[in-house]
Design a protein around this ligand. Structure first.
Ligand SMILES: NC(=O)c1ccc[n+]([C@@H]2O[C@H](COP(=O)([O-])OP(=O)(O)OC[C@H]3O[C@@H](n4cnc5c(N)ncnc54)[C@H](OP(=O)(O)O)[C@@H]3O)[C@@H](O)[C@H]2O)c1
Length: 382
């Protein structure tokens, strides 16, 4: 089997490509640039270039397709046509089309929905063995600057609307299933294991929920995506806020895989966030307050060497290390929640730096609008 992953240089396609590589598959990654995940064969090209798309499909048996943030109907149609022609010429055994959102049942006048609805129709009538995956909203969106800050989760969704938030990692697991399971076809919803309201989602991070005004959201996105794209993305949230579509973001049950509940994902996100702060401090670029404030009063730590540190001693040692290790990358693996009781959460994870790993058990407490570190115990991985 050879897999072709569109958008492999991006967030969702990148997660899919990484997962396929981890499963030992041969993976080719398509995007305009070459920054594909490790182990993926980069195949740079533009979706609008029919010949290049066709060439990418050479020898491919399975394809994962996602469209970029382009909402111009003729351009989207051309992208879809090129993919269908390439896949048809290669005789792919399965093509999974990720619509990158749940889609309303009828046209809405919102290009980001309607162009994908048209793409689904074209895919399903192409004669190819297509599975359409309609994912819910992504937990990873909550990592955007300003979304979860100072004890408040600000998002442009009605607070009472239940959403089965999905992580990119779980999207990758679902895409793998959709690509390889026998007998799948048609349109499948992909979602996290439970649909939760904004308040429940925020509480998982110890925060409160605030419905963000869609215009303010669009203004925030404009810097990263460009104004025109931000406007189209914002239009989807404006439509959701106006219609409050009950059930659109419901959990889905076809997959039977163990997916990450939002409460667990929030803990993993805090562990990763915390280590990005440490990287910044050791690089000499970040501030100290974010690190210091993450530790609850009375924090204690057992180092990999068995030394016991008080909060004050640990903070003093880290404070002295500003700029001591520029370029250090800390990789967090296998973060999971071991137990929860009241505001307390016990989590375990591996931390890898320069090829050396340690196992960590952390006790965190939901308080003052955040998950705050209460205890940390580390052991070298031999
Ligand atoms: N449901 C949600 O919560 C949610 C959240 C975010 C986004 N979305 C949707 O997800 C889709 C974007 O996926 P993403 O999050 O993975 O975005 P992303 O990180 O921006 O990735 C986009 C990918 O498309 C590639 N690309 C862009 N233009 C291309 C072109 N003309 N030809 C070939 N490749 C091209 C990019 O690679 P190069 O730059 O290398 O070309 C990149 O690999 C959009 O439809 C967006 O509306 C949904």
């Amino acid at each position: 089997m050879r897999f072709l992953v569109f958008g492999a240089t991006g967030a969702q396609g990148g997660a899919v490509a990484r997962r396929l590589v981890a499963e030992g598959h041969a993976v080719r990654g398509f995007g305009r640039t070459t920054g594909v995940p490790e182990g993926v064969e980069a195949f740079p090209g533009d979706l609008g270039d029919a010949a290049r798309v066709k060439a990418a499909f050479a020898g491919v048996t399975h394809a994962s397709v996602i469209l970029p943030m382009v909402y111009e109907p003729d351009l989207v149609s051309a992208y879809v046509r090129n993919v269908i022609e390439g896949a048809g010429a290669a005789g792919v055994r399965r093509l999974v089309f990720n619509t990158a959102n749940r889609l309303p049942d009828t046209d809405t006048g919102v290009a980001a929905f309607d162009t994908r609805r048209a793409a689904v129709r074209t895919m399903l009538t192409s004669g190819l063995p297509v599975v359409v995956l309609r994912p819910s909203l992504y937990l990873d969106n909550l990592l955007m600057p300003g979304v979860l800050e100072s004890g408040v989760l600000r998002y442009p969704l009605p607070g009472g609307l239940p959403v089965a938030w999905l992580s990119h990692a779980d999207l990758a697991a679902l895409t793998l299933a959709a690509l390889t399971r026998e007998g799948l076809s048609g349109v499948l919803n992909a979602g996290g294991p439970e649909a939760v309201t904004g308040a429940t989602l925020a509480a998982a991070a110890g925060a409160r929920y605030e419905e963000l005004d869609v215009d303010a959201f669009a203004a925030g996105l404009g810097g990263a995506l460009g104004e025109a794209t931000a406007r189209e993305v914002a239009a989807t949230y404006r439509w959701i806020a106006a219609t409050r579509p009950a059930g659109l973001f419901a959990a889905s049950s076809w997959h039977g895989l163990e997916l990450t509940p939002p409460r667990e994902w929030m803990v993993g996100a805090e562990i990763v966030r915390h280590h990005r702060v440490i990287e910044g401090w050791l690089a000499g670029t970040g501030g100290f307050e974010a690190f210091e404030g993450a530790h609850a009063p009375g924090f204690t730590m057992v180092t990999p060497g068995g030394e016991v540190l008080s909060r004050e001693r640990m903070l003093a040692e880290v404070a002295a290390a500003r700029g001591a290790d520029p370029g250090l990358r800390v990789e967090i693996r296998d973060a999971r929640v071991i137990a929860e009781a009241g505001p307390l959460v016990v989590a375990a994870y591996e931390e890898w730096q320069r090829g050396r790993g340690r196992r960590a058990t952390a006790v965190l407490r939901r308080e003052d609008g955040a998950l705050r570190w209460t205890h940390l115990h580390e052991t070298w991985i031999s």
